[in-house]
Design a protein around this ligand. Structure first.
Ligand code: CUA
Length: 365
């Protein structure tokens, strides 16, 4: 039986460490080279699974990284000065034995020089940190959005992500394609974050800090990724039983690949007579009450992920398993096996129904 060994598939497939990082740089360099060469390019499938704020690959994450390094350097400096003086005093003035006199050292009262020394520098340090932080917050909260900026709506659901591209009339789920940016030619992606039910948290550490998705409220954030690949992240607010499997994949595409992806998502799925039976089963088992499929009459639901281009996605159940036939069959037979507590019920399909619906879903590219 397919079960929990596949959980957190997205995370498990990516490794961390220097090797992958080096590979990432190599791939990025190679991709840079390719952008000169007139060859057809495919999506960069490098998995960027390093969930580490100290390894930023996008504008806001990089700014956050720089300020955290500054704050930590200042704190480390203070620690060294205070700890050093303390250690010196402990060792230098320790009790040495019976020959020590037992009198107190001379007490100093009202020394203006000493009091200024321990109040003025800390105040200056705090003011400096406040100013730098305020500037950074301003930069992140009020970015300069150009006409080239992409705009995406991400709506958190228990336990998946709805993704809408209002400029292009494209709807998808869980795998968020965004265009590549660079430090010289900015292509920011503005994200409007909303929730359909409870509070969720959106966090892809290499791209930006955490932002919450709050019901009846619109939060915004933006990213500007500097390398292509698939960036992994998680929901960061406990939102229910499958919170830990509400995984995020941000796919950063070069401009050409991104355009190709948008074009493919705008296309209507071809109606294929060979899978008419599967489509019929999909509708008659009321899958269409929750799922929308363009071009399929009766599939107009908005409660579950849009399936119009389902088979163009690499994972199932918000990253819980790879989107291959074996896992899709398991998912259709009983979603509660792969993702216990997810809101898609066991529809009690027999294996013939599962196979025909699977064949239909596979035509939705
Ligand atoms: Cu959504 Cu945790």
């Amino acid at each position: 039986m397919l079960n929990h060994q596949y959980t957190r598939y997205s995370l498990a497939t990516g490794s961390s460490g220097r090797g992958w990082q080096l590979l990432g740089f190599t791939v990025a360099a190679f991709a840079g080279f390719l952008s000169w060469a007139p060859v057809a390019r495919a999506q960069d499938s490098t998995i960027r699974a390093i969930q580490n704020i100290f390894d930023p690959l996008s504008a806001p994450a990089e700014t956050l990284y720089q300020i955290s390094i500054l704050v930590m350097a200042v704190c480390a400096g203070i620690f060294l000065v205070v700890g050093g003086l303390l250690t010196y005093a402990i060792i230098r003035y320790r009790r040495r034995g019976p020959e020590d006199d037992h009198e107190e050292p001379p007490q100093v009262y009202g020394s203006a020089a000493i009091e200024l020394a321990w109040t003025v520098p800390p105040i200056l340090i705090v003011v400096m940190l406040v100013l730098v932080t305020a500037r950074t917050i301003g930069e992140i909260q009020h970015p300069k959005m150009t006409d080239a900026a992409e705009e995406i709506r991400v709506i958190g659901h228990r336990f998946w992500w709805e993704v809408r591209y209002p400029k292009h009339d494209v709807v998808t789920a869980n795998e968020i394609h965004v265009p590549l940016s660079s430090r010289t030619n900015h292509v920011p992606t503005q994200m409007i974050l909303e929730s359909a039910d409870v509070i969720h948290g959106f966090w892809v550490p290499q791209l930006n800090g955490k932002t919450m998705l709050v019901p009846n409220y619109r939060n915004t954030m933006w990213i500007e990724p500097y390398a292509t690949g698939i960036y992994l992240g998680n929901c960061t607010v406990l939102c229910g039983q499958q919170h830990a499997n509400m995984l995020i994949r941000v796919v950063v595409d070069s401009p050409e690949v991104y355009q190709k992806w948008l074009d493919s998502q705008k296309q209507m799925p071809a109606s294929d007579a060979q899978v008419a039976e599967g489509q019929q089963q999909f509708i008659s088992n009321s899958c269409g009450t929750c799922h929308h499929i363009e071009n399929a009459r009766g599939a107009t639901g908005v409660f579950g992920p849009d399936l119009t281009h389902f088979s163009s996605r690499a994972t199932l159940g918000s990253g819980v398993a790879p989107n291959d036939n074996e896992h899709l069959r398991s998912w259709l037979a009983n979603p509660q096996d792969l993702k216990p507590g997810c809101l898609m019920p066991n529809m009690q399909l027999n294996s013939k129904q599962v196979d025909s619906i699977l064949a239909y879903l596979r035509t939705l590219k």
